[in-house]
Design a protein. Structure first.
Length: 298
């Protein structure tokens, strides 16, 4: 028996309404050292539903007697309202006799194609699979591979990339009230706002020299947008004010340094002229002190 392991996978199918293939599969992804993929049947003959399955790949490479007890959900995302997304939740055993699981009557095609329902946006269908491996029988080692599948993780209702989790977790721990008034349920908007927040933080972590006043003005506008959406960002506003103050001091300092350098340049030029005049005066003084010569008359 192995340890529990889980992932959330997002599969985006582009140009869905114009697909002519009977079967379409995602790139493989790895959960619990086993390769999986999502499969959809968008054009099955005489079918009124989109068939959607989770299946194990590379069956020939698996050891005899392998089994996986999996809790999973297959969710067709309503990109306008998460409350209307269609989802099915199952817990099943996968093995060499049943390497594929799914539902054939969960997702009516007429509802998916109806524009007002929000399942197709820019002719893209978004499928989210949450997969948790409960029990593992049969050992085999598989490493993660590069894939066009997007793996996301959940942090207080925000779906994030694994690379964002550490920063956001620290952020939510330090500022637990940050999104308490943020009521938007659309996951695309939630993800977009959180990505914007991370971009703002990354921007303000740059040195003042790397930023322009235009950059700071745009950051202020973005911060206002997030505040209006319900985020509590007083701490970030203080950082932005601090950065703006430092930028003003930097620009004033650069202007003063340039002014002093110009004055010093003029002074150096005057000093050079004075040194030349001094040498001339010294030569004339030396000539005036010399005794008169009588060589021309004696």
């Amino acid at each position: 028996m192995g340890n529990q392991s889980g992932k959330k996978i997002t599969w985006t199918i582009k140009n869905f309404s114009s697909l002519q293939c009977e079967k379409l599969c995602s790139d493989p992804f790895v959960v619990a050292r086993c390769k999986w993929r999502l499969c959809a049947y968008p054009k099955r003959k005489k079918a009124d539903y989109l068939y959607l399955f989770l299946e194990v790949t590379d069956l020939d490479s698996l050891p005899c007697g392998w089994r996986r007890n999996v809790r999973y959900s297959l969710n067709i995302v309503n990109q306008n309202s998460l409350k209307r997304s269609r989802q099915n939740d199952e817990q099943k055993w996968f093995d060499d006799k049943t390497p594929r699981r799914g539902r054939v009557s969960m997702f009516p095609l007429n509802e998916i194609h109806a524009k007002e329902n929000g399942y197709l946006v820019n002719d893209e269908l978004r499928i989210v699979a949450e997969i948790e491996v409960i029990e593992v029988l049969g050992k085999f080692d598989v490493t993660d591979e590069t894939s066009t599948i997007t793996e996301t993780m959940d942090a207080n209702g925000f779906h994030l990339l694994p690379s964002q989790m550490e920063v956001v977790s620290r952020l939510l721990e330090r500022h637990p009230e940050i999104a308490s008034d943020f009521s938007t349920k659309n996951q695309n908007l939630r993800t977009g706002y959180m990505s914007l927040l991370l971009s703002l933080i990354e921007t303000l972590r740059q040195s003042p020299h790397e930023l322009s006043m235009t950059d700071l003005a745009e950051a202020d506008a973005a911060l206002g947008s997030m505040t209006n959406a319900g985020f509590k960002l007083d701490w970030l506003e203080k950082k932005l004010d601090e950065m703006a103050e430092k930028k003003e001091k930097e620009e004033a300092g650069e202007a003063r340094v340039q002014e002093i350098e110009e004055e010093l340049k003029d002074l150096k030029h005057k000093c050079s002229d004075l040194e030349a005049q001094l040498e001339k005066e010294k030569r004339e003084l030396s000539a005036a002190k010399a005794p008169i010569s009588f060589d021309d008359v004696m």
